[in-house]
Design a protein around this ligand. Structure first.
Ligand code: LLP
Length: 381
């Protein structure tokens, strides 16, 4: 990572965003979808930093939101209303009403119960709700079990075995307009195989909808999930967007006018963000050495919550000979660990560390636990 600041002048803990890298990422995506009936909605939950959102909206992406707060923010930021979709297993009536008032592109309905309720709310408001049904495609994405969502009997979406009934109901309801089907099989997926299986499942469903119900849906939304290389953030700055989009272009059997929608989060923003944190102490234990830093699980919870690997660099001593350390935060929880037994150049009190690939699900999952301050933010281009 090129680091243009003097490490000793940086306020920590802080997030550093490389807007130049984000822009290059967005251009790659634009190039992949050009000339194809593809539309990408950025999953705002991954990072809602205003400058990042501005840039993402400017590159023509839509927004995938999971609360009315995200919907409002997306619209305020400059995403077009008709490029905003709203998903989530537990939208309140008030959230549904507000979404209908905004007139967003689509509400993703996640259960039969919600379908009936959205219809009733739309009726009361004298509106017709544009919806897609989220179907759980029962595909194992081979990723961490906390971020696998596409297996059956999950809190997310409608079970595949109930999908036909839900489609029939949606078609029969007067105040909803069934625009499409929505799927999401999980996150941090590093092979195309689960996506190929998803396409096969979708093809079968689209055939079925056409033959049995006599309708052609406007779109299929295949969710997000494309993974990134956490181990080599410098040599692999970009996900395999080409392979990913080509897979859908090759495997999905679309009809004329049908679109594919994608909801990418991590692969758009993860590599452009780093958490910068300063070493408070290097504590010598009996068998271990602990690098104790001022950033913690309150700033970046992924290692504590998912045992996630993040590459860590010592920016104050980038090339020195290495030693093995446990890198831990200041929070009063033993899970507040960024890395165990990690080789780092010899590290001293006051050194500045960069915890890489923290642009996705870093700041948005942060908290003020232990009344710690929010991280500062720096941008580079
Ligand atoms: N669409 C839906 C319906 C989702 O649930 C998600 C992510 C996405 C799209 C975006 O997925 P992505 O392209 O970012 O993989 N906090 C976890 C990840 C949770 C993902 C939640 N859903 C982490 O830090 O790994």
């Amino acid at each position: 990572m090129k680091f243009p600041f003097n490490p000793s002048e940086i306020v920590t803990p802080s997030y550093l965003y490389d807007l130049g890298l984000l822009q290059k990422t967005l251009i790659r995506i634009q190039n992949c979808i050009a000339g194809r009936p593809f539309k990408v909605h950025y999953a705002i939950k991954a990072n809602n930093d205003r400058r990042l959102l501005d840039m993402i909206a400017m590159h023509g992406l839509g927004a995938d939101c999971v609360s009315i707060g995200e919907v409002k923010y997306a619209i305020e930021t400059g995403f077009e209303k008709n490029n905003v979709v709203f998903a989530g297993v537990a939208k309140t009536d008030d959230e549904v009403m507000q979404a209908l008032r905004y007139g967003i592109e689509c509400i993703h309905v996640e259960s039969m119960e919600e379908l009936v309720n959205v219809d009733a709310i739309a009726q009361k408001m004298g509106k017709r709700a544009r919806i897609a049904l989220r179907v759980n495609p029962d595909i194992d994405a081979h990723t961490h079990h906390y971020i696998t969502t596409g297996l059956s009997e999950n809190k997310f979406g409608i079970d595949l075995r109930m999908a036909d009934e839900a489609i029939k109901l949606a078609i029969s309801l007067k105040n909803v307009e069934l625009k499409g089907l929505h799927f999401h099989i999980g996150s941090q997926i590093l092979t195309n195989e689960p996506f190929v299986l998803l396409c096969k499942r979708i093809n079968a469903m689209l055939d079925h909808v056409r033959e049995k119900h006599g309708i052609t849906l406007k779109y299929v939304n295949v969710g997000g999930g494309l993974g990134i290389d956490y181990e080599n953030p410098d040599s692999h700055q970009f996900s395999d967007f080409e392979g990913y989009f080509d897979t859908f272009a090759r495997e999905l059997k679309l009809e004329a006018g049908q679109e594919v929608h994608f909801e990418l989060g991590r692969s758009i923003v993860a590599q452009c963000g780093s958490l910068l944190t300063r070493v408070i102490y290097v504590k010598k234990g009996v068998e271990k050495k602990f690098v104790i830093v001022d950033g913690g699980m309150n700033n970046l919870i992924r290692p504590a919550l998912y045992q996630a690997y993040h590459h860590i660099q010592n920016l104050s001593n980038p090339n020195g000979k290495t030693e093995r350390y446990d890198i831990v935060g200041p929070i009063c929880e033993s899970s507040d660990v960024f890395a165990e037994g990690r080789e780092l150049p010899v590290t001293h009190r006051g050194d500045l560390l960069a915890i890489r690939s923290a642009g996705a699900y870093g700041q948005t999952m942060a908290s003020r636990y232990n009344m710690r301050p929010e991280a500062e933010i720096y941008y580079i281009r």
